[in-house]
Design a protein around this ligand. Structure first.
Ligand SMILES: [Ca+2]
Ligand SMILES: [Ca+2]
Length: 551
């Protein structure tokens, strides 16, 4: 493991800057318009929430300061205890594991052996035991699959580098000259350490891009997938860096070949297991993500929604949030897009929200009551803080307020955050008002309430511009969400809906988050909500989640 990464594999630019840089490549890589697709998401995705885990930072079983698979297995009950009658687990029914295959880097995004678990994390047998324990609790497991590039220490790259006659030469892209910058302007052709030539590595010299124009590379990717599905028993994959998989002349991102490779790859996955779930990282605006539907991966993360949700809670203006969801809802089947607040590549949610717990409660409540298949990054549920560099947003899980954080009995691989004793599982566990218990409640609700699980999103108009209001409606059952995004109280807010927003009848709204319900109201024939004031006053960053029971 090198002492430091010379260049972060993860984009150092803010999202708007990236979008601006990348838009100059749009002409060379013009996407095709998507067609409406079938709803082919596995049934478990209905009402599910996925939890992203960095194994290195979750729980250390042997005191070496590094989280491992045995440790994660021992803490599965925290994520989901498999007992539907308890509510003191998080309730996530899906886990995304950041890379677990052998890698010289701490983060694992440069794989040196695709068939072997990272020794810091344990053995392949440990992984299988973890899978059995997860499945026993009804948890599906997705592993990070890094297809765009391998580690520069992968034997195939070492062979290609050292021997120009190697059969692995065509697995990578070599050039006698430096062909210049990559899609976001960083150096992408790297000098070979053994001869006067260059190789392509879009993220970093330690991550040479695999060449998917070579049939043997596509076959190897299929073989690796079969291994994880068949021998290791995983339920699917999170695919890294999807738009960069195939280069085509001047096109370095979203090129037509990417879509072809993904279609063939998914056909293979389904031939192994028809229920295989895939979620892709296409770090871009919704308009650039839509061409990856309907016939490629199951789902893609919505980076646009992540940005809009956090901005709404931070600025007090919900402009664009519901529109972003409706655009996806109108184009993509219900559980085939994946909203989130942050992941291992972004500053921690609590840090982005300036340490404001009320904002964090609200951001979680919006994420977990809006549609899609949401992902939660480990530690987000207890309000862990952290800002880049990358190691600092991936620090050890804060289980308890004492040395080692209950994460390790040894010295943690990465120092904890300065406020790590403040926000811990132990402290929040029994506090009914804690962020952890808000996440638990919302995740369980999502699994049990059909309107929240898969109801249609129906935007409402509020009389106060700082209030975001919407329905989730499943047949005759609806949930109403009213969020005051401002840091000041909102008095006498009233709501309006379009015709047929709700079935006619009398409603007695009850709170799904505990506490008082909303004022009763009546919907006349025609279904229009008119001037409904659910509460005399909404507190700063207060969010009502009301079950609309028809009397
Ligand atoms: Ca360990
Ligand atoms: Ca590539």
């Amino acid at each position: 493991m090198p002492p430091t990464l010379p260049i972060s594999r993860f984009r150092p630019l803010a999202l708007p800057a990236i979008l601006s840089v990348l838009s100059t490549f749009a002409a060379a890589c013009a996407p095709r318009a998507p067609a409406a697709g079938p709803s082919d998401s596995p049934s478990w995705t209905r009402g599910a929430v996925c939890y992203e885990v960095f194994v290195r930072s979750f729980y250390d079983s042997n005191g070496d300061g590094i989280g491992d698979l045995k440790g994660l297995t021992s803490r599965l009950d925290y994520i989901n205890d498999g007992d539907s009658t308890t509510t003191n687990d998080l309730g996530a029914t899906c886990i995304w594991l950041m890379p677990v295959a052998e890698s010289p880097s701490y983060h694992g995004y440069d794989v040196s052996d695709y068939y072997k678990v990272e020794p810091d994390y344990g053995t392949n047998a440990d992984f299988k035991q973890f899978m059995a324990a997860a499945h026993q609790r009804g948890i599906r497991v997705l592993v990070d699959m890094v297809l765009n590039h391998a580690s520069s220490q992968h034997p195939s790259f070492q062979a290609a580098l050292r021997d120009t006659a190697s059969p692995f030469r065509s697995w990578y892209r070599f050039s006698p000259t430096d062909l210049g910058k990559g899609p976001w302007g960083a150096q992408a052709w790297h000098k070979s350490p053994v001869r006067d030539e260059y190789y392509y590595g879009v993220f970093w010299q330690g991550m040479p891009d695999l060449n998917y124009e070579t049939a043997a590379v596509r076959e190897e990717a299929n073989k690796v997938a079969s291994f994880w599905l068949d021998s290791m028993g995983v339920d699917g994959f999170r695919l890294d860096a999807v738009p960069y998989m195939v280069e085509d002349g001047p096109c370095l991102k979203d090129c037509p070949g990417v879509h072809t490779v993904l279609r063939d790859y998914v056909t293979h996955l389904r031939s192994v297991n028809a229920e295989t779930y895939t979620v892709g990282e296409v770090w871009d605006s919704t308009g650039r993500v839509l061409p990856y539907y309907p016939d490629q991966l199951t789902s893609y993360f919505s980076f646009e929604i992540a940005e809009k949700l956090l901005r709404a809670v931070n600025t007090g203006s919900g402009a664009g949030v519901l529109e972003a969801y409706v655009r996806l809802q109108d184009t993509v089947p219900q559980h085939r897009y994946s909203p989130f607040l942050s992941n291992h590549d972004g500053n921690r949610v609590m840090t982005v929200l300036g340490g404001d717990a009320a904002k964090a409660h609200q951001a979680a409540t919006l994420l977990l009551t809006l549609p899609g298949l949401p992902f939660v990054y480990y530690g987000e549920e207890i309000g862990m803080t952290g800002a880049k560099p990358d190691e600092r947003i991936r620090t050890p899980m804060q289980w308890a307020p004492r040395a080692g954080l209950g994460f390790t009995t040894g010295r943690p691989w990465e120092a904890s955050q300065p406020d790590s004793f403040t926000s811990t599982v132990e402290r929040q566990n029994t506090d009914s008002t804690s962020l952890l218990n808000r996440y638990r409640r919302l995740i369980h609700l999502r699994g049990s309430n059909d309107a929240l699980a898969s109801g249609e999103l129906v935007p409402l108009t509020a009389s106060n511009p700082a209030v975001l209001a919407y329905l989730r409606r499943s047949g005759d059952h609806s949930v109403l969400v009213v969020a005051n995004l401002a840091a000041t109280p909102a008095e006498g807010v009233s709501l309006e809906g379009a015709p047929d927003a709700l079935p006619s009848g009398r409603y007695a709204p009850s709170s799904l988050l505990g506490g008082e319900g909303g004022a009763g109201f009546e919907i006349a024939t025609g279904g229009q909500l008119r001037g409904y004031a659910p509460s005399a006053s909404l507190g700063p960053h207060q969010t009502l989640v009301l079950d609309l029971v028809r009397q």
